[in-house]
Design a protein around this ligand. Structure first.
Ligand code: ARG
Length: 247
């Protein structure tokens, strides 16, 4: 009897260890997505509903749907996202996060789902910098830990001012306390639209691609994410071709 119980316990415990994150999420009933919600149109707080919405959130909702669970969104400082993932506070990161070799050392990225690059935003009445080098001697606001931060930090002589939230960075630009903000093109456009006094002064200065990040060991979840992305990219036409011409 005792032997039987020991074996039973061993089976249960090993089952718990072997069961992947996908099983865990399904049992739990909800997927926890980490993001940083001052990055429209990818993730931002809807003024009316006070809910976090955006392109990434809709993708995350599709992932939750594929898993048959609810979606929970956690708004975390951008530089806290990877630590939160590694300590299992969240299941994945959907935050317009650029796939970089440095980050790929600690997390696994999905297939790329969006092409992006850095631009410079200034006040309309100011200088019109076209390259990072023209920011030497100036105060430049970035979000802490982003590729924008990395790019301007590489150029010697730029005074980099790091913020947790883009909303703060843009407030400082409007107030004249910084000379420029460096960030990804699409959110730059969104902020400029909201602030008529601002303008994008440069072209796109870097080549980047966004990926959804999961823990390295969570290969089962990565597979689900990639399948969802692949399906989202299929047009109704692609689906018809697949239906009538495959095998
Ligand atoms: N693409 C840039 C990066 O990966 C900025 C992303 C910022 N995302 C956000 N949700 N705040 O560093």
């Amino acid at each position: 009897m005792r032997k039987f119980l020991v074996i039973l316990l061993a089976v249960i415990i090993s089952g718990m260890i072997l069961a992947g994150i996908v099983d865990e999420i399904k049992k739990r009933g909800y997927l926890v997505v980490g993001t940083e919600a001052t990055f429209p149109p990818f993730e931002f707080v809807d003024e009316k509903t006070k809910e976090i919405v955006g392109f990434d959130i809709d993708i995350a909702r599709e992932i939750a749907k594929a898993l048959g669970v609810k979606l929970k969104v956690e708004d975390i400082a951008f530089d806290g996202l990877i630590p939160s993932l590694l300590t299992k506070k969240i299941d994945l990161i959907a935050a317009a996060m650029t796939i970089t070799p440095e980050r790929a050392k600690v997390v696994s990225f999905s297939d790329p789902y969006f092409t992006a690059g850095q631009v410079i935003v200034v006040r309309k009445d100011s200088f019109m910098p076209k390259a990072f080098e023209e920011l030497v001697g100036k105060k430049v606001a970035v979000q802490l830990g982003t590729t924008g931060d990395l790019e301007v930090s590489k150029v010697e002589g730029i005074e980099v001012v790091r913020f947790t939230r883009y909303t703060e960075a843009f407030l400082e630009l409007q107030n004249g306390r910084v000379d420029a903000v460096v960030l990804d093109f699409a959110p730059a456009q969104a902020y400029v639209k909201m602030n008529p006094g601002l303008v994008i002064s440069s072209g796109i200065l870097s080549q980047e691609e966004y990926g959804i990040a999961v823990r390295k060991e969570d290969k089962d979840l990565l597979e689900v994410v990639n399948t969802v992305l692949r399906n989202l990219k299929k047009s109704p036409y692609d689906i018809l071709v697949e239906k009538w011409f495959s095998k």
